[in-house]
Design a protein around this ligand. Structure first.
Ligand code: NDP
Ligand SMILES: CCCCCC(=O)/C=C/[C@@H]1[C@@H](C/C=C\CCCC(=O)O)[C@@H](O)C[C@H]1O
Length: 324
């Protein structure tokens, strides 16, 4: 018998999450049966969506939602032999018994020198989100100018690098000078700190005097600098996830109409049928040295809530993960 640890939602978050909103419990798992495997978490992801989705998808007492890279430590399923690594959506759990239907093996031939944690980041859901937002939603083309905000985050940093691979001019905005330096290292053409800029509008205009063809939107709306026929991929709105009073946004219609803009919200799961080939493309860029990524790693399963709250503070550079 294996005793698993699991973090549950003690009470729904009110505003910014607090340590007392979480509860660590132990659960004795059943012995795996035919067709089943026993998983042991290796890396767990903490992502912004957990904050809004907890409100709609979870009841108080439920195990926190989330993905992890896990190792198969007992197997009665030939598709998942002992020792292989999988991505599982079993939530904030140290161990789990399940059948293979819910599991995605990490890419076969995962290179030794690429950390497996990237299966939760640049070569996982955030990387796929970046790719689909650029290719499927923005339909970005060589020579175009792209703006991305929350640019040093898990999604934004990949967005900017893929756009560079595609021959675009990339402007990123981020909230600290450390993030700005990091994005310059990654090859972004122009980067500015929106928290210290005297005028956001002026910084945006200086960075791209002719305006933006594409805008990858991770936090909030920046509309006036769009070029005619510009495309806006609405990926997230992280700056609002902890609000207790809904914000009223800017009036965007005039820009949308006169510049004939297209603005489209999306969820990366829409292109699930492309995930395998897309992950291989991301991995190829990574092994060629064209795609880099920083990880903010917290050590210890017991520190899951701290890692989650730290991520929501917005100070991390790159992808937030927990190493068990
Ligand atoms: N549509 C989809 O399918 C998906 C959407 N998303 C969305 O993409 C966005 C980015 O996700 P991801 O890159 O994983 O996130 P990260 O946690 O890696 O980065 C988030 C960044 O957002 C910025 N930020 C601005 N306001 C806040 C705030 N109030 N709290 C925390 N961070 C803030 C911070 O950068 P700075 O200091 O520069 O402002 C921070 O670094 C999120 O909105 C997320 O929900 C993610 C995956 C899939
Ligand atoms: C206003 C909230 C916007 C959140 C955007 C975001 O970050 C979306 C992320 C999803 C994420 C959701 C994860 C688990 C929920 C699964 C529920 C279900 O689909 O049944 C993941 O699915 C990939 C992103 O698209």
């Amino acid at each position: 018998m294996v005793v698993s640890k699991a973090w549950t939602l003690r009470q729904h978050f009110q505003g910014f999450p607090k340590a007392s909103d979480f509860h660590l419990r132990e659960e004795t798992l059943p012995q795996p049966k035919n067709g089943q495997v026993l998983l042991e978490a290796v890396f767990l992801s903490v992502d912004p969506y957990m904050r809004p989705y907890s409100q709609t998808m979870m009841k108080e007492g439920d195990v926190m939602i989330g993905s992890q890279v896990a190792k198969v430590i007992q197997s009665y399923n030939p598709s998942f032999p002992v020792g292989c690594h999988v991505v599982s959506d079993c939530g904030w759990r140290s161990h789990w018994v399940c059948d293979g239907a819910e599991l995605t093996p990490v890419l076969p031939d995962w290179p030794q020198d690429i950390p497996l944690s990237l299966a939760l980041g640049a070569i996982g859901m955030p990387g796929l989100t970046a790719l689909y937002g650029l290719e499927e939603v923005c339909e970005i083309k060589k020579g175009e100018t792209l703006l991305v905000n929350a640019a040093a985050g898990a999604v934004g940093s990949v967005v900017g690098q893929i756009a560079k691979i595609k021959g675009c001019r990339v402007v990123g905005c981020a909230g600290t000078d450390t993030k700005v330096s990091y994005l310059k290292e990654l090859g972004f053409d122009q980067v500015f700190n929106y928290k210290t800029a005297t005028s956001l509008e002026e910084s945006l205009r200086e960075a791209a005097p002719h305006g933006y063809d594409c805008y990858f939107e991770n936090t909030c709306m920046l509309m006036p600098q769009m070029r005619e026929y510009g495309r806006i991929a609405v990926c997230g709105s992280i700056s609002m996830y902890n609000d207790t009073t809904p914000q009223t946004g800017p009036y965007v219609h005039t820009h949308m109409i006169f510049k004939q803009l297209r603005m489209e919200g999306f969820l990366c799961a829409r292109w699930k049928h492309k995930h395998q080939q897309s992950l291989r493309r991301l991995m190829a860029w990574m092994t060629e040295g064209k795609l880099r990524c920083n990880e903010h790693i917290t050590i210890g399963f017991n520190n899951m809530p701290a890692a989650f709250m730290g991520m929501l503070q917005g100070d991390n550079t790159g992808k937030a993960v927990v190493k068990v």
